[in-house]
Design a protein around this ligand. Structure first.
Ligand SMILES: C[S@@+](CC[C@H](N)C(=O)[O-])C[C@H]1O[C@@H](n2cnc3c(N)ncnc32)[C@H](O)[C@@H]1O
Length: 268
């Protein structure tokens, strides 16, 4: 099962994470009346089980996320990256932003709040935020814009909650249409071609590359490099780096922010 998962997503379930197989697939077996994980594995070997295969892959994905996760990254965006892009794109007044591997959408909506809360600066601009993920379940949830009380409590101060969400009886909170209009969602595999269209001014790809093998991570970074504007910015998760290669260089002032192109070589 770990092999099937890695082939489909690039994510490795190393020795330290095989516990996820039992934890996440036992409930799936129960709901499908499959008597054991061994029976599930032999079913997956048969052709024509694409739906089941999709469910297994979805169940094994780690969709952990929250609003404004790693607040320092959002601070860098508001303080430096977005003002810089506003200056650089002042003529076209258009920004295209990709929240890659966005899980259930909190990251994309957090980005949208940055623009919606600074209306004066972005008056007359077209802001397109695209959230993508390989997980069908996660993207469906992101599109619904509906979050539980527990989810909104993670990262959203009460002011933002009342400004941008409407309460839904017994269900939680739904993103308001004016915020939702800034964001679209779609399914995309980071190992496949990037979303069609113009290059992105800003890409966030956080906390997904961590579990890729070095080769697969490099493949994804190549694709991100092709999808980003030469003067754009890439934001990775804390603790992730674009490793070797000359696709991206670290921003000297902003932790987790990377710029397309090779680092300037140092002379001694
Ligand atoms: C831990 S979540 C991170 C979500 C968000 N970026 C954040 O930092 O809060 C990792 C996400 O990566 C997605 N993912 C894993 N492999 C992927 C792939 N090959 N293509 C696209 N998304 C992938 C998972 O479905 C999951 O939603």
């Amino acid at each position: 099962m770990a092999g099937l998962f890695e082939e489909a997503t690039g994510q490795r379930l190393g020795e330290d994470r095989v516990w996820r197989i039992e934890m996440t697939l036992t409930p799936l077996c129960r709901s499908r009346n499959i008597d054991s994980l061994t029976s599930l594995a032999s079913l997956l070997d048969q052709s024509g089980e694409d739906v089941l295969r999709g469910e297994v892959i979805d169940a094994l994905l780690n969709n952990e996320t929250s609003f404004f996760r790693d607040p320092s990254a959002f601070h860098h965006l508001t303080a430096m990256v977005l003002p810089q892009l506003r200056e650089r794109r002042g003529q076209a007044r258009k920004l295209r932003i990709w929240s890659a591997a966005c899980s259930t959408g909190q990251e994309a909506y957090s980005l949208a709040m940055l623009f919606a809360e600074d209306r004066a600066s972005w008056q007359g601009w077209t802001i397109d935020i695209l959230g993508t993920d390989i997980s069908r379940t996660a993207i469906n949830r992101a599109r619904s814009g509906l979050y539980s009380q527990f989810e909104v409590q993670r990262g959203l101060p009460i002011r933002r909650l009342v400004d941008w969400f409407d309460p839904v009886l017994d269900q939680g909170w739904r993103v308001r249409p004016d915020l939702a209009s800034l964001v679209t969602f779609g399914r995309q595999n980071l190992l496949g071609p990037p979303p069609a269209g113009a290059q992105f001014d800003l890409i966030l790809c956080r906390n997904a590359l961590l579990y890729f093998s070095a080769d697969r991570r490099n493949e994804v970074l190549d694709r991100l490099a092709a999808a980003i504007a030469p003067d754009g910015a890439l934001v990775l998760g804390a603790g992730e780096t674009p490793s070797n290669g000359d696709r991206f260089r670290a921003d000297p002032d902003l932790l987790t922010v990377y710029r397309p192109g090779a680092a300037a070589s140092r002379s001694n």
